[in-house]
Design a protein around this ligand. Structure first.
Ligand SMILES: [Zn+2]
Ligand SMILES: [Zn+2]
Length: 204
């Protein structure tokens, strides 16, 4: 299949890559319809690798080397793992950008967005700028029929921006790298007060 593969700064190639391989019991195979590029992708392209484990294995995903980009996309479910319930073949879904461990203190507190062992798809593991990608089923949210593919592909950065905006409305923003994507930060930044910007800067 074809995919957009990051090989290093100023080096992204659309090339043939292996199929995602057999599904785990809790995974789904998606055929992406529309994907977008994030500020994180731009940073990696211009000045990376920053987060992509090109030269040494990622401590959680264990991936090392070129990676298929893409953590903002919408896709059609092509197949579901044996233990997957709630998703069906043919369904249109958006996967959240990062997978969480479910066992670290933030996860146990319900804050999976700042999981200590978060894995961002399209960075330390292969993402959705490909003909097919497999992701954990619990990352996926069904897309309402009225929502266009283009809008659905922006669900992840939009969710990050809304989360940051809501947090900023009640207290100084406390955001980590894993919870505030570059895209959401770019959306949020012009709307920040000076003191929020200072807090944001010191915590990212
Ligand atoms: Zn992003
Ligand atoms: Zn966790």
């Amino acid at each position: 299949m074809k995919a957009a593969v990051y090989h290093g700064p100023l080096d992204v190639r659309v090339e043939e890559v292996p199929e995602p391989g057999p599904l785990g019991p809790d995974e789904v195979l998606l055929a992406p319809l529309v994907g977008s590029l994030c500020g994180t992708d731009v940073t990696e392209f211009v000045a990376g690798p920053k987060m992509i484990p090109l030269h040494r294995a990622h401590p959680v995903s264990e991936h090392q080397g070129p990676v298929v980009l893409g953590h903002e996309f919408v896709g059609i479910v092509q197949a579901v793992g044996a233990a997957v319930t709630g998703l069906r073949v043919g369904q249109r879904v958006v996967p959240g950008a990062g997978m969480w461990c479910g066992t670290c203190p933030p996860c146990l507190a319900g804050r999976t967005n700042i999981c200590e062992r978060s894995v961002l798809y399209g960075s330390p593991t292969h993402g959705g700028l490909a003909e097919r990608v497999k992701v954990p089923a619990r990352m996926c949210v069904a897309v309402p029929e009225a929502c266009s593919n283009e809008a659905a592909a922006l669900a992840q950065p939009c969710a990050g921006a809304i989360h940051a905006s809501v947090a900023a409305a009640s207290r100084p923003v406390r955001a980590s790298r894993s919870s505030a994507s570059a895209a959401s930060a770019a959306f949020f930044w012009p709307r920040c007060s000076p003191e929020h910007r200072a807090t944001f800067r010191s915590s990212c």
